[in-house]
Design a protein around this ligand. Structure first.
Ligand SMILES: [Zn+2]
Ligand SMILES: [Zn+2]
Length: 237
């Protein structure tokens, strides 16, 4: 790979349903030679994995401590992976600006608060066909409402109109993720995103320290699509 991914903005820990601690993720990132790592736990709206209340406060304190401890060696960022809670809705916390990185993604196990989520639940239960363009609009509106930096794993659980999403994300300055735990974009879609001038970002979506900085699957997909120049967290080597 003639490019090196230097930052992992998408990692989870045992605060949600991952296995390692935030400190172990930082150590793993250092070990992989990354320059920057974020812990971006599942937002409070996720029914099973969401980190909220006192637990979220504890995580935030821990992250501030890690930033101090590792300063000068690796940049430690506070992130959150928020949930699309319905059409244009997210579980954005009141202190959103305290976070360095805001990711938003569509997940299951999110109590439906309005039509977007309901249509998806309907689709899986009743095989009702839902509309990728409408889904993209709903996710975009949610991303805009929380001023998200990244939309994680587009197409996962819910098909979206990728050309439209890419066009809007370019205008809004939102990056689209090529997720390295499971690639949710086709080669053609990655090409389309790059062609629209929208930035791509590679995330490990690690749920254990061993996977922090594992960009193999996403890297392969980006190579096939010849889209490395659009990946904002990669440098030419
Ligand atoms: Zn996710
Ligand atoms: Zn994730």
């Amino acid at each position: 790979m003639p490019y090196r991914v230097f930052a992992d903005y998408h990692t989870h820990t045992y605060y949600s349903h991952g296995r390692g601690s935030p400190r172990e993720n930082v150590l793993a990132a250092l070990d992989k030679g990354l320059e920057r790592v974020a812990v971006s736990e599942h937002g409070p709206g996720h029914f099973s994995f969401g980190v909220r209340g006192k637990k979220l406060e504890r995580l935030n304190d821990e992250m501030i401590g890690l930033r101090r401890e590792f300063g000068g060696r690796i940049e430690v960022l506070r992130g959150l992976e928020l949930n699309v809670m319905g059409f244009g809705k997210s579980d954005c916390p009141a202190d959103r600006d305290e976070y360095d990185v805001i990711i938003i993604g569509y997940h299951k196990s999110v109590p439906p608060t309005n039509r977007l989520a309901l249509s998806v639940w309907g689709e899986s239960l009743l095989h009702i066909k839902n509309d990728p363009h409408r889904n993209a609009e709903g996710i975009l509106a949610a991303a805009e409402s929380c001023r998200a930096n990244i939309i994680s794993h587009p197409n996962l659980y819910l098909r979206v109109d990728i050309p439209y999403l890419a066009k809007c994300c370019r205008q809004l300055g939102i990056l689209l993720e090529v997720n390295s735990a499971r690639v949710t974009l086709s080669e053609e879609e990655i090409r389309t995103i790059a062609g629209e001038g929208c930035g791509l970002i590679i995330g490990s979506d690690a749920h254990s320290p061993g996977r922090v900085g594992d960009f193999a699957l996403a890297g392969e997909a980006v190579t096939k699509a010849e889209a490395w120049d659009s990946v904002v967290n990669a440098k030419k080597i």
